[in-house]
Design a protein around this ligand. Structure first.
Ligand code: F6P
Length: 343
């Protein structure tokens, strides 16, 4: 077989581990030839690719980022983009394209599969918001980095009896915020799924500190929103892909909490730190298992599918089921795990 590989969307730790697994499985088990498209679907559209083999993948397992580069370029939004992408695959005689990406890249993969391209998807994003898979590549590392930061915020908060607001990524969903908040011992976690009321939160914090508790950690996802009419937020900038450029809600939350509680509040924005650097062992294992399973799916002709973690096993799900909506937090989970840490 001739196989093309790409990484699209925002990068995350573990992409190189997935590329390496694809290359090794395809080469060792099947004797395939591989090319890596540069910068996601843009590379397919513009026929920009490099040869990939085992030698090229040596040493990349622990490295963050992606040796192929990435972008959010969508051929469906570029003039003649789809036709050009399909022509590239045909001209190169590719039997399969393995697309490693989040909701955007996998959505394009689904449309390409519907247009007849032999595509298999692999889910990655630190946000963990892809449907039909328990976890995506990159999420575990992002949570680990956030928890290390929160542990550090605890000790400085205790010294000063301060409220520490820690903003993490999470445009539409609060997986990173909730998991890092739980693991890091946050008192309050604010997520996009559940609009917040800062006055009520300020009362909880004041009560906590009045009881002699100190070091309140508030974890806020960048996409968290106040309940309508409770707090004005400045309008977000829009990037070239029509996405809101988020980041900054933490500063607003810290400023308002300081005003309402009269306690000293500080903010730390983790932002892209969560996306960079070396992947955790859990992400390396997940990426490796996904990469192997994607090559097997391609050899079984299971195009239009995505490999997914369901419980302990790797399964195939349809790209149609996996894309279109995001996997958000279950409100019952938010409720059950956050209530007991308020006091
Ligand atoms: O990868 C998803 C994500 O981490 C979102 O949580 C965040 O809003 C977005 O990427 C920011 O990406 P960029 O700065 O690359 O546009």
């Amino acid at each position: 077989m001739r196989v093309g590989v790409l990484t699209g969307g925002g990068d995350c730790p573990g992409l190189n581990a997935a590329i390496r697994a694809v290359v090794r499985k395809a080469t060792v088990t099947f004797g395939d030839e591989l090319v890596g498209f540069r910068n996601g679907w843009q590379g397919v559209m513009e026929d920009d690719a490099i040869p990939l083999d085992i030698a090229r993948c040596r040493g990349i397992l622990p490295r963050g980022g992606t040796i192929l580069g990435t972008s959010r370029i969508n051929p469906f939004k570029a003039p003649g983009g789809v036709e050009r992408a399909i022509a590239t695959v045909e001209r190169r005689g590719l039997d399969a394209v393995i697309a490693i990406g989040g909701e955007g890249t996998l959505g394009i993969s689904r449309q390409m599969a519907e247009a007849g391209m032999p595509v298999v998807g692999v889910p990655k994003t630190i946000d963990n918001d892809v449907n039909c898979t328990d976890y995506t590549i990159g999420f575990d590392t992002a949570v680990q980095v956030a928890v290390e930061a929160i542990d550090r915020l605890h000790t400085t908060a205790e010294s000063h009896d301060r409220v520490m607001v820690c903003e993490v990524m999470g445009r539409h969903v609060g997986w990173i915020a909730l998991y890092s908040g739980l693991a890091g011992g946050a008192a309050i976690v604010l997520v996009p799924e559940e609009p917040f009321d800062l006055e009520a939160i300020a009362q909880h914090i004041s009560r906590r500190h009045a009881k002699g508790r100190f070091a309140t950690i508030v974890v806020v996802a960048e996409g968290a929103k106040p309940k309508p009419g409770t707090l004005d937020l400045p309008p977000a900038e829009i990037d070239q892909y029509d996405h809101e450029r988020l980041g900054g809600i933490g500063a607003v939350v810290a400023r308002e909490l300081e005003r309402l509680t009269h306690l000293e509040c500080r903010v730390t924005i983790l932002g892209h730190v969560l996306r960079g650097g070396t992947p955790t062992s859990a992400d390396r294992v997940l990426a490796t298992r996904f990469g192997i399973a994607a090559v097997e799916a391609a050899h079984d002709g299971a195009f239009g599918t995505m490999v997914a973690l369901r419980g302990a096993s790797i399964e195939r799900v349809s790209l149609k089921d996996a894309t279109g909506t995001l996997k958000s937090l279950d409100p019952a989970l938010i409720e059950s795990v956050t209530r007991i840490f308020l006091d």
